[in-house]
Design a protein around this ligand. Structure first.
Ligand code: ADP
Ligand code: GN1
Ligand code: MG
Length: 358
């Protein structure tokens, strides 16, 4: 059976409207396998194969998404918005479940496709990046009163940077692919910053920073912008909604969107922090969060950008050392290039540190 026929069979298990016409790979996410499904009916859909190597409990994962989107849907309706466009809609299976397990044991889910949008791998201008900061800030404010105890931790210690560091040291020691020697410079760069990586988690432990409900994967392609106005429409990729630090949500968006190079740019001389984009995002994010952030949270936002960029460099290098098993890669050395852009960005953040104060 060809790819389309196979997917058509699979899609018969979901409550779609119309006959499926085409199924094509979609987007540039690193974790799930995403497809765009067109039909002869009114709606198009997103079909995803959930990465169960990374998300170990699909029931918990989908329960989080269904509950959070239901909560957001009510607020969007109250505000007079369009819930089918402003939040994700999970399409149930024909037997009323939120995902389907195929004969090979793969887990699949379907969302309504949100149309007339763009999903960017690089910010095109400050106004647009401001709009995404505003949307991520509002998202956090909207979820401020969500019952945190009902959320499942889909990936334990997801942004526990000291634990990420430990995993990295273990990968260096094991060196299963014999790659450590060739990345001695990157390893040294990370080790030199070892003391800094626990500052934020220590402040959390001491109760000086609060736990919030955070998105935890705030990169620019996880927000859909209106194709005509470039206003933010919908935040997607809700797999890692969990309690977390506000500084990490802020920081991850900066890491990805305020970098003048793409995440996997092989030429690190193109990497730098755009202060214009940084300031625009910060303005939007603070406005969106409203008065809810504490003075300490605001003060530590720049450190969030630095810490998560280092964390991401650590994670890409760990994956490279372990043989590229976590992130999707399309070419040899891509995780190493990704690591190098992150470390180059950390170096530029250090140079611009004084100008990053908020
Ligand atoms: P991954 O976890 O692999 O990053 P995502 O859930 O982020 O997967 O999906 C990959 C991409 O697909 C997103 O970056 C976005 O561009 C697009 N996408 C996901 N869901 C939708 C949707 N409901 N409507 C339109 N585009 C979507
Ligand atoms: C992954 O799924 P995606 O591509 O939006 C990763 C993030 C990283 C990001 C780096 C579950 O995000 O944590 O920051 O790649 N998601 C997971 O680009 O590990
Ligand atoms: Mg994504």
């Amino acid at each position: 059976m060809g790819m389309i026929e196979e997917k058509k069979e699979l899609l018969k298990h979901f409550r779609l409207e119309g006959e499926v016409i085409s199924v094509k790979p979609h987007g540039s996410g690193h974790i799930n396998h995403t497809f765009l499904v067109t039909t002869d009916g009114e709606w198009k859909y997103i079909l995803q194969k959930i990465n169960t190597d990374i998300f170990h409990n699909t029931d918990d994962l989908m329960e989080n998404i269904v509950n959070v989107t239901a909560y957001l849907r009510e607020r969007i309706i109250q505000a007079g918005g369009d819930p089918k466009r402003e939040t994700m809609t999970v399409i149930p299976t024909t037997d009323g479940r939120y995902y389907y397990i195929d004969v090979d044991g793969n887990h699949w889910r379907v969302y309504l496709l949100i149309e007339n949008i763009v999903s960017l791998d690089q910010a095109e201008n400050a106004e647009e990046f401001y709009a995404s900061g505003l949307a991520f800030g509002r998202f956090q404010a909207q979820l401020a009163d969500y019952p945190a105890e009902t959320l499942h931790e889909t990936i334990p210690d997801f942004h526990n940077t000291p634990k990420r560091y430990q995993a990295f040291e273990k990968a260096v020691e094991e060196d299963v692919c014999h790659r450590a020697e060739s990345v001695a410079e990157e390893i040294a760069f990370i080790r030199e910053r070892k003391e800094e990586i626990s500052i934020l988690t220590d402040l959390l432990k001491k109760g000086e920073l609060p736990l919030r409900i955070t998105h935890n994967d705030t990169k620019l392609n996880n927000i859909l912008l209106d194709a005509d106005t470039h206003e933010a429409v919908c935040i997607v990729d809700l797999d890692t909604i969990m309690p977390g630090l506000c500084a990490y949500d802020f920081g991850d968006a900066i890491r990805f969107g305020a970098n003048t190079a793409t995440e996997d740019e092989p030429d690190t001389s193109k990497v730098s922090l755009s202060l214009e984009l940084y300031k625009a995002y910060a303005r939007g994010f603070l406005e969106g969060c409203g008065v809810r952030l504490t003075a300490k949270e605001i003060e530590t936002l720049p450190l969030g950008a630095k810490t998560i960029t280092l964390e991401q460099g650590i994670r890409f290098l760990t994956d490279y050392l372990q043989g590229d098993t976590y992130y999707h890669t399309e070419r040899e050395g891509q995780n190493l290039d990704r690591c190098r852009t992150q470390l180059a960005l950390v170096a530029d953040i250090e140079r611009k540190w004084e100008q990053m104060r908020l």
